[in-house]
Design a protein around this ligand. Structure first.
Ligand SMILES: Nc1ncnc2c1ncn2[C@@H]1O[C@H](COP(=O)(O)OP(=O)(O)OP(=O)(O)O)[C@@H](O)[C@H]1O
Length: 572
């Protein structure tokens, strides 16, 4: 286990009672900010963008944009954003213009969903509406209520009926808008009951969900287990251990749903330890990532192995670049395509900003200054490489910031699981991570995302900042850029503009990126150590940290003794 995981917490739990004043500081700051923003920006959000307003806790009001008169032209930008929306809409209607397709645009007061395809089913306003129209087991609905899922989100209202009518689907919906449930619920409703209790269900796994990372597969598995409560569904997270168990044919024949990453599934198929000929539903979550060069061949192998007649396929993502979308559409049969909000645009609930930091060496001081102010934990910080994630975690720890964690693919399974667990239970205040955390991971409480290293693509930017502003909550995203990142700034700035965050005029005047240049976006070379000036080695850092923790403990003990002079420790 990485020493810093333990040391960064110093073995001390955060005592909310004791640090009441600090806690109040955070909440007061948040309240003040909210009031300021409410006064400033009431009624500024165009209604068609406000599609998540209904979600619990979401005010639906646009954040930030405090910078009017400081080189930021917000009203012009809103106008620009409106124009871009128009262009975007016409781009949408230009895609897939086959004759058999008819365009259907649903406009609900709460969200804006564009659906394209033949005979698009009516959206479901409520879960009860779904139950009335389709055969959805009452147990599934009871489980939804149990987890306080009262109303379907936009992607659920539109996507669930499509999947329940056994149509193929491509769904593009912003991060944190509930895509997971929009495929899990219809898949489980269509499977009706666990395979063991059905006569005509055949033998072998009946549904596969593919995800690009083990962490995301794990999270989807947990969501699926919530829906499975009360019935003996066999839902398997396909990892090394379960793959071994499923080598027994009579065991794997009784599995309902498998959730996993492509590589592991493909190796089981190739070894003859998994058959997909009974798979009736195949879901690709984070489809654009699964269809990129790294995963494409494996995904195609899974698709080819799913030989059940009329297997239903569906792809989901918050981003689907045109080329990948074409590939995805080619895999689907008479599909319906839905877009919630604007394609490749984050929710307006996330207030985004770009911060100039000159060069790499200036980032750490900027981050430390930022973290010296009250901030909203937990905060997620993205770096471009594993060594930089480790190095930044060490630097923060060394600078006396407690409860810092690290997550990247170079860590062991246990280390990664532990790090995610600590983040989920609120033990970590700051998580430094690589791209592995950028997609799909749902930590409801994340209020701030910091792109310490500039994202590798526009998609990477959208997914990274999408770790905040989830389920109707507001969020904040800060992106550092250096002189080396400047050529790529405009692409990210366009995303800010489109989702209603302010952008300085000079950035908008930067030249548009050529295709070739765009490809180089993720290739900026950065040193491994985030603080090249550091003279001491890692062991010294650990030693220093131990000293800090010990001195903290001594101070606490002294304070406790002063508060209670008759305490036991004093008498000894
Ligand atoms: N109908 C609902 N009502 C309330 N909360 C919901 C509902 N549907 C989903 N959620 C919550 O919203 C959060 C985001 O959902 P989910 O992770 O499925 O988003 P996503 O669209 O898949 O995001 P990403 O693109 O980042 O993968 C989760 O915490 C989930 O529990």
């Amino acid at each position: 286990m990485e020493a810093f995981h333990v040391l960064s917490r110093g073995g001390v739990r955060f005592d909310k009672q004791r640090f009441k004043s600090d806690v109040q500081l955070f909440s007061n700051k948040k309240r003040e900010d909210e009031e300021k923003e409410k006064a400033l920006f009431d009624a500024q959000l165009p209604p068609e963008l406000d599609f998540f307003k209904y979600a619990e806790g979401g005010s639906g009001k646009r954040k930030a944009a405090h910078n009017e008169g400081a080189g930021l032209n917000t009203s012009r930008q809103s106008e620009d954003a409106r124009k871009r929306r128009k262009i975007d809409e016409s781009e949408h209607s230009g895609n897939n213009s086959g004759n058999e397709m008819e365009d259907v645009v649903f406009k609900r007061p709460k969200d804006r969903v564009t659906a394209k395809g033949s005979e698009v089913p009516k959206p479901a306003e409520t879960f009860e509406d779904l139950a009335k129209r389709y055969d959805v087991a009452s147990r599934l609905l009871a489980n939804l209520r149990k987890y306080k899922y009262e109303y379907p989100t936009g992607v659920q209202a539109h996507g669930i009926p499509i999947l329940l009518e056994r149509r193929d689907l491509a769904a593009i919906s912003p991060t944190g808008t509930g895509k997971t449930l929009s495929y899990l619920l219809p898949v489980m409703a269509s499977l009706q009951a666990p395979i063991a209790s059905l006569k005509a269900a055949g033998s072998g796994v009946r549904a596969i969900v593919l995800a690009p990372t083990r962490e995301l597969a794990h999270q989807i598995h947990n969501e699926c287990l919530k829906l499975a409560i009360g019935r003996k569904w066999r839902v398997v997270l396909f990892d090394k251990a379960t793959a071994n168990t499923l080598r027994e044919k009579n065991v794997r024949d009784k599995v309902d749903i498998i959730i996993g990453t492509p590589l592991r599934l493909v190796s089981a198929i190739q070894q003859g330890n998994l058959e997909l000929n009974n798979v009736r539903h195949l879901i690709l979550d984070e489809a654009d990532r699964l269809l990129d060069n790294e995963f494409l061949a494996q995904v195609q192998e899974v698709v080819a192995a799913s030989t059940y007649p009329d297997v239903q396929k569906a792809v989901f993502s918050a981003t689907l670049p045109a080329g990948v979308e074409k590939l995805a559409m080619g895999m689907l049969r008479n599909p319906i395509r839905i877009v919630v909000g604007l394609k490749d645009t984050p929710l307006p609930l996330i207030s985004q900003s770009l911060t100039y930091v000159a060069d790499d060496a200036s980032k750490l001081p900027s981050l430390l200054t930022y973290l010296a102010q009250p901030y909203n934990p937990p905060v997620l910080i993205f770096t471009s490489t594993q060594p930089r994630a480790t190095s930044l975690t060490e630097e923060l720890t060394l600078n006396g910031i407690s409860n810092v964690d690290c997550l990247h693919a170079g860590m062991t399974k246990k280390e990664r699981d532990d790090a995610v667990g600590r983040m989920r239970c609120g033990e970590s205040w700051i998580m430094v991570a690589t791209e592995v955390m950028a997609r799909g991971m749902d930590f409801k409480g994340v209020r701030e995302v910091i792109n310490y290293d500039f994202p590798t693509s526009v998609q990477s930017y959208i997914h990274r900042i999408g770790r905040t502003g989830r389920a109707g909550q507001e969020g904040k995203a800060v992106t550092y850029f250096t002189d080396l990142d400047a050529p790529y700034l405009k692409s990210v700035a366009n995303v800010l503009l489109q989702s209603g965050s302010p952008v300085a005029d000079w950035i908008l005047k930067l030249p548009k990126l050529s295709r070739l240049k765009k490809k180089q976006m993720g290739k900026v070379q950065r040193v491994e150590m985030v603080n090249p000036a550091r003279k001491i080695g890692r062991r010294d850092v650990i030693k220093r940290r131990e000293m800090i923790v010990a001195s903290k403990r001594r101070k606490e003990k002294l304070q406790a003794e002063q508060a209670d002079p008759h305490s036991e420790s004093r008498q000894q």
